[in-house]
Structure formats: C-alpha cells, structure tokens
Design a protein around this ligand. Structure first.
Ligand SMILES: [Zn+2]
Length: 621
C-alpha cells in the first residue's frame, strides 16, 4: 500500500489507513451473521457510499459452496465463501444485486457527476475558481501563478495594483506549450493526470520585480467577450516582503517540508531559529541558505521581535563523545540553527548539514574528553573512523561522519543548550550466539480501538488480525531471548506518535509494525496481492528485504515487493524501522489464511527468524 492519493484513499478504500486517519468506511459488525451462513455479508463497499472512481470492488462472504452472482454475473468465491468482485461504476446511482441460492442482498453506490466546464454561451467567471486562493507573501524574483475558470473564448487578464497580467486558456496558449495537471501515484507507479486542456481554465504567471511593493493586494480578474466584460476578485492577497521575519520552532518534532504541505525532510527540535522570506496561507517559507528554502506550518513557529539578530554561528570545533546510545558528535554553536542529516550506506557516512553556519573549524577532538584520552572501547572509537567538514555554500556547513562499518543501526539529532548533537547508535550486542539475548525489539500491531484498519471479507478488522500475529511474534522473539516491548496488547487507541515514543523510550534496537493490506477503489483485489514491506531511512532497507523475502518463502504468499514509503512508523531514525504488510485483507484466499491461527504462527515464526538473522548476522558487516 503506497502513495496513492490520500483523499481518494480515505473516501474510497476498504478501510486500510496506514497514515492514521480514522477511516469513515466500510466496517460494521455483521460478522456473526455471515459466519452463521444464513446471509450474504458485504464487507465493502457500504451501501449508500459515494465513490468517485471508474470501478470498485465488492468484498464479502456467502455460505460456503454457494454459487454467488452479482447482477447475474458469476462472482469468484473461495472454499470459505469469501468473495471479491470488480464492478464498473457509471456516473450517478449504481445498484448491485448479489444472490447465492435463495439469499439476496442489494447494495447501491453513487458515483458523482463529472465536473461540467463553464459554458461558452454566458460571459462568466466561476466563483471559487480564482487563484491565489489564500494570502501569499513573496520576494522579488518569485513567480506567482494566477488561475480562473471562465467561459471559453474570452479574453482574460488580471490587474494587480498597477500591473496587468494576461491569462491564457489551453486553446490560446502557443502550440506545444504544455502544462500538466500533476501526478497521481499508487504502489510507486506514477500516473499523469493529463494536460491542462479544460476549455474553461485560464492561467497566467507574474515574476515579482524589485520595484513591486504590494501589501495585501488582491488580484482583480476581468473577462472580456464580444465587447462585454465581467470582473471578480481573488480571495488571497499578495504581499511583497521587504524585510525577512525571524522565527523559532515552538516544540520538538516540528515537521520541515520541501514545500507547503509537500514531502517532509526532517524534524527539528524546539528553539531552532530561522529566517522566513515568504508564506502561503498557513505555511511559512524558511530561507536556510542562499536560495535554499524549506517550509513549516506557521503554528509551529514563534515570531521574534522585529530587529532580532538573524540566525548565524561559526563552527570552531567538533567533539566526539560516547554514551549509552552510542557515539555522539557535538558541534558547539552560538544558538540553535536549522539542520538536516543524510544517511549514505554505500559510503558508510552520515552527513550533517548545519544551515546558516560558517566554518572556522581548526580542531576535531576525536579522542579527548574532559582531558582524558578515550579508551579504544568507547563507542566513538568503535563506530567512527574519522570526521571531515566543508563549507558547501554560503550558509551551509557540512560535517561528514565516516563510520567504520557500512551497516548503520540508528541516529538522531538533538541540542544540549546550543550544542548540536548527532547521535550514532551502537551495533546491537547479542550476548549469546544464535539468540536475541540482549536485544530489545518493539512490536507494533497496527491500528486498534477506533481505528479498525482494513476490513476482511467476513468483516474481521485488520486491527484484530494484526494483534493476533503480533502477539505470536512477541512469543517467538521472547523464545529467542529478546526483550519485547509491545505498543498495544488490546483493541485500544494508541496514537502513531505514542507508538514511536514507546519504541524510543524502550531504547529498542528494532521497530517492526505489523499490518495487513488493502487497495484503493479502481483496482482489482485478485490481481494485486501478496506480502510487502516498507522502509523510510536507508538503514532499514536491508531488514525490510530480509523480512519480506523470508515471509514470502515461508508462507507461499506472493512477493509484493519492498519499497520506500513515507509512513509514520517507518520514520523514526533512532533504530531500523520496518512496516510489514503480511497479506491482503480483501484478497479472499489471503484473508482466509490470515485469520487461521496456524498460518498466523507461521508468519510469526518467519518474522522472528528474519529478525534473528538480521540482528545477529548483519552486525559483522
Ligand atoms: Zn494497516
């Protein structure tokens, strides 16, 4: 289950929600009815739901052995009577009549009408279509996009203060000037949504000049056709920021992104000072080095008084220290500055970028702490070969930590006062060969409580299946000598942040999150299925592959791949973290296996053996 569109996923899919959104769909507890074999149970979709997709799938359970039909077409079922059936959806109401012998049930699903373009016959600018739709703060050189939907064949322009900006529709743009609508992705495959060819969409762009001084100026759109005109004002005002603003982060785990609402790149701790030179709605643009921008939510940032000194520091020394976690690289600064860490397994390095910092580094103390020469068994000596630095660009200081071993077991950054600390985890120490004695593993059964996850063919919730497998995995790991910490042991709510905190607080050497999969609408449960695993930091790639390969081999489940995914439970950097999607809740045969205790035991034994081999055999590298 990868990066498909969140909105479509939450509205339409069979209830799986890795991202932690409480799914409004598809589970209601009729499992008891289905299990008596006296009814046709439909697990997905719920009758009356709205699905904006060309097709969906109906999953459910009928009495075992019964021939099931949907609108008179045969439905593929398995020995338990579990079924999955792909149906096309037309615009408007769709009714599906399921029959098994004398049993029948009808479900109806509505697919919304297509968006109708603005008619060419009436001179009109469509309300709610104007961009900028929210307040925008810019500096000279920024490009602002203007958009409006209006009747085709009109001449459109924007008045922005005393500037006039022309807008063009697809028909009016120069031939070959293509603008794409963007991408949709699922399971790592990107689908071009198509070109901007809507006849009623007009676009225009303006590069802010040095002499522009807009302050909350709203763009006024005018459409002219056949000597008549109509005007409308954009909701968002445009402001040119003459002076940057200084902010600091309000709390730990402030999420820093590459664009407003776009991919996250790093968390920052509390008190990191940063310059802002723009905004878009609730988002603040942060200038961390010359021409290098990052974004954060304004509510995560506290403004400082006008005239506050800009963030900056010299880096004069770097200290290599050790503690229970492993090695720590201390960089004394004048204040807390923005940072980012890049992990590279091939070169065996961690690259620490410190923004708005300038090198004055003459001394890297690799072996002295409080006047004493480090003993060779210190973590810093065991883990770190040497450290190099460079001034990458103005305002970007880069420290490269060259590790002795290519395999990495965890890292994180924090500040002690204004000294930045990059922590590097020690290799897990197994006290008895071939066992997991001395190792701590955090096992996370996905979902629970008000968040049921995906719904299986007979209505069994993913949260229940995940917990059953996780409990068996705990027993297997303990049998191998590991200390196991569970994020939940009952069907209760535990937030994603709490789950990660449990793993960090337990000083876990590994975090495994157990899930079972589902698909968004528009896909075929019979075609896309199998076992898969997900990682976020490079340090987790090898474990994700080992666990998935073992599971596929030991259970016979189809190999559905191992891949990067931006998942909360994969994001902690303090230890390798892998999310396993054992099988598919909506695949009738896989689901039947997943609810069978013997099969769950086989899954648990396979995962435990995968973890044993990873944690005991990989450290030698
Ligand atoms: Zn899940």
């Amino acid at each position: 289950m990868t990066n498909w569109n969140l909105a479509r996923f939450v509205i339409g899919a069979a209830g799986a929600c890795l991202i932690g959104v409480i799914s409004p769909v598809c589970f209601w507890n009729l499992a008891a009815v289905a299990q008596t074999g006296q009814a046709i149970f439909v697990s997905y979709p719920r009758t009356g739901s709205v699905i904006d997709s060309r097709s969906t799938f109906i999953t459910g359970a009928a009495p075992p052995g019964a021939a099931v039909t949907c609108n008179s077409e045969p439905v593929r079922t398995n020995s338990a009577g579990f079924f999955a059936h792909v149906v096309k959806l037309k615009r408007g109401e769709n009714s599906f009549s399921l029959a098994a012998g004398s049993l029948t049930t009808v479900i109806s699903v509505r697919r919304p009408a297509a968006v109708v373009p603005v008619a060419a016959s009436v001179l009109r600018i469509k309300p709610g279509s104007l961009e900028p739709s929210e307040n925008v703060g810019v500096v000279a050189g920024d490009i602002v996009r203007f958009a409006a939907k209006a009747c085709p064949g009109a001449s459109l322009q924007v008045k922005l203060g005393n500037r006039t900006i022309p807008l063009y529709s697809a028909a009016q743009r120069a031939k070959g000037s293509r603008i794409n609508l963007g991408l949709d992705t699922a399971f790592g495959v990107a689908y071009q949504k198509g070109e901007v060819t809507a006849p009623d969409l007009y676009l225009g762009f303006y590069k802010v000049g040095c002499d522009d001084s807009f302050s909350g100026v709203k763009a006024v759109f005018t459409a002219v056709k056949e000597k008549k005109s109509v005007s409308a004002t954009a909701p968002g005002g445009l402001t040119v920021m003459k002076q940057p603003a200084i902010y600091h982060t309000r709390h730990n785990d402030t999420i820093i992104r590459v664009g407003p609402g776009q991919a996250r790149i790093t968390p920052w701790v509390e008190g990191v000072r940063v310059t802002s030179d723009g905004y878009k709605g609730a988002w603040r643009r942060l200038e961390v080095a010359s021409g290098k921008h990052l974004w954060a939510l304004g509510e995560d940032l506290a403004p400082e008084l006008p005239g506050s000194p800009p963030p900056e520091s010299r880096v004069s020394t770097v200290n290599l220290l050790s503690d229970d976690y492993g090695a720590k690289i201390g960089v004394p600064l004048c204040q807390r500055l923005p940072y980012q860490v890049e992990q590279d397994l091939k070169s065996g390095t961690l690259v620490l970028k410190i923004f708005t910092a300038t090198a004055d580094t003459d001394f890297v103390t690799a072996d002295i702490e409080e006047g004493q020469i480090h003993p060779a068994d210190r973590a810093s000596s065991r883990l770190i070969d040497y450290v190099t630095w460079k001034q990458k660009t103005d305002g970007l200081y880069e420290l490269t930590v060259h590790l002795k071993k290519k395999h990495q077991w965890g890292f994180f950054v924090d500040y002690q006062d204004s000294t930045l600390m990059l922590h590097v985890k020690s290799t897990p120490l197994v006290s008895s060969a071939g066992t997991l004695k001395g190792v701590t593993i955090c096992v996370d059964p996905g979902h629970g409580g008000r968040e049921p996850g995906a719904s299986g063919c007979n209505g069994t919730r993913e949260a229940v299946v995940n917990l059953a497998i996780a409990e068996k995995l705990k027993a297997e790991l303990e049998r191998l000598g590991a200390r196991v910490v569970m994020t939940r042991t009952a069907d209760v709510d535990v937030s994603l942040a709490q789950r990660v905190q449990i793993a960090i607080a337990a000083k876990a050497d590994f975090l495994i999150s157990v899930h079972n999969n589902s698909l968004p609408d528009g896909r075929d449960p019979w075609k896309e299925h199998g076992t898969s695993s997900y990682w976020y930091h490079p340090q987790s790639i090898e474990a994700a592959k080992i666990l998935k390969d073992g599971l596929s081999k030991d259970t016979g489940l189809r190999d559905f791949g191992s891949r990067y995914q931006n998942l909360f439970l994969c994001r902690p950097s303090q230890m390798p973290a892998v999310l396993v999607e054992v099988g598919f809740m909506i695949h009738p045969d896989e689901f039947l296996q997943l609810i069978t205790p013997e099969f769950q035991s086989r899954v648990a034994a396979s995962l435990a053996e995968g973890l044993r081999s990873y944690l005991t055999e990989v450290p030698a590298n």
